[in-house]
Design a protein around this ligand. Structure first.
Ligand code: HEM
Length: 194
């Protein structure tokens, strides 16, 4: 009997002299207002869901392009490969802008609305914030520099310039994919150690 009660938090809490279970200040109940001004509501749940979905689309899209499409394209001639990347990125990059906007909006909503500011979040959120901003800066550079040059060169039939720029895009996508995987690992497990 003692063993069952000892390992049962509900039984423990109704016993005389029982200690209330301590919860991390970051684990709160729905609608509860915290002393730091943040608030856990259904909007917090929606923000986190949209945040995670945006990360899945951005990081998953890069993983698909880099790890699966790229190796399979070895069978095609250079010009055909460039045309395929032209069409693929013309569809993917606008979606990435959308995920960047959603990550920022939902991320800052959670930091300021749910947690009451950066002073109250775990170290994993600070790491995610910093690496996330670096990833966004790299993406903006890819979009405005090599991608624009690549698309123009493919349209003009300038295969040499296109080849140089797709190589730059490849390296930067590899870097962002690596950062993205690190961010997802830190962000998703961080609440248990951050
Ligand atoms: C740059 C600004 C960003 C801010 C301010 C931000 C903020 C946050 C916050 C506050 C959380 C909740 C953490 C918790 O409850 O312990 C979170 C979770 C998360 N974030 Fe971010 N984030 C940002 C960027 C990113 C980026 C770029 C990615 C990935 C590409 C990302 C992926 C995730 C993931 C996977 C989770 C965990 C979802 C879950 O498992 O519950 N975040 N973020």
């Amino acid at each position: 009997m003692q063993k069952v009660v000892g390992s049962n938090p509900i039984a423990r809490s109704i016993l005389p002299g029982a200690q209330p279970r301590r919860l991390s200040p970051r684990f709160r109940f729905r609608g509860q207002r915290s002393s730091n001004g943040g608030r856990w509501t259904m909007l917090s749940a929606l923000a986190l869901a949209l945040h995670a979905l945006s990360a899945v689309v951005w990081v998953g899209g890069m993983a698909f392009a880099y790890l699966f499409v790229r190796p399979a394209l070895g069978a095609l001639e250079g010009p055909q490969r460039q045309t395929l990347w032209r069409g693929t990125f013309a569809r993917f990059f606008p979606v990435v802008w959308g995920t960047v906007g959603l990550l920022l909006l939902t991320g800052y909503y959670m930091v300021f609305g749910t947690y009451g500011g950066f002073a109250n979040v775990g170290v994993h959120v600070h790491i995610m914030h910093l690496l996330g901003l670096v990833m966004m800066a790299i993406f903006a550079h890819v979009f405005f520099a090599p991608w624009r040059r690549f698309a123009k060169a493919v349209d003009a039939g300038d295969r040499e310039t296109a080849a140089q720029n797709i190589e730059t895009i490849r390296k930067l996508v590899a870097l962002n994919l690596t950062l993205g995987v690190i961010v997802v690992v830190v962000a998703s497990g961080g609440r248990f150690w951050g």
